[in-house]
Design a protein around this ligand. Structure first.
Ligand code: ADP
Length: 161
């Protein structure tokens, strides 16, 4: 059984994240999504909101489980018997970040590998920040966030200003 973990903040979840999740779920027998809880990081959405948005976004995927944890990604992966961490890579800025994380994780435990997926072309420029900006400039986020979450995400970002 091949098990993978896809960790992230998902603040909020976007169709770029979902693109990676759907493709990884076809390759692995089981995919755990780890919604990171980091008290030192400032999120727009609460921990409960980030977890419940991800559950709604992935409810059509039978081999995907969503959990929230403040555990180190490597420890979470070990707990779940996962051997692969999935990450998405859009551009050079992601590259720098991802290769640092990859090297760090491998130096601690080389039995857990990292697989990088490039997003589909229409999600290449999509980020949680660009979703926030679209809302603040009064544009629709339909097509950028998973179905059923547009209203909730728009309302929350507007409220936060
Ligand atoms: P983190 O705080 O861990 O970077 P994010 O939620 O921003 O959390 O991202 C989680 C993962 O999803 C990262 O690997 C990131 O590069 C990737 N990602 C973010 N946006 C996209 C996108 N539009 N397409 C593909 N991957 C993405």
């Amino acid at each position: 059984m091949k098990i993978a973990v896809y960790p992230g903040s998902f603040d909020p979840v976007s169709n770029g994240h979902l693109d990676i999740i759907e493709r990884a779920s076809k390759v692995f027998d089981h995919l755990y999504i780890l919604v990171s809880l980091n008290p030192n990081k400032k999120y727009i959405f609460s921990d409960e909101e980030r977890l419940s948005m991800m559950k709604i976004a992935t409810k059509h995927l039978a081999n995907v489980t969503v959990e929230a944890s403040s555990n180190l990604v490597l420890n979470f992966a070990r707990e779940k018997k996962a051997t692969v961490i999935i990450r998405g890579l859009r551009n050079y800025f992601d590259y720098q970040n991802e290769i640092t994380l990859f090297t760090f994780n491998r130096s601690i435990d080389d039995s857990i590998d990292t697989f990088i997926l490039f997003p589909s072309a229409n999600n290449l420029f999509l980020s949680s920040t660009s979703i926030k900006e679209l809302v603040l400039f009064g544009a629709s986020i339909k097509g950028y966030v998973p179905e059923g979450l547009e209203a909730m995400i728009t309302e929350k970002i507007k409220k936060q200003g």
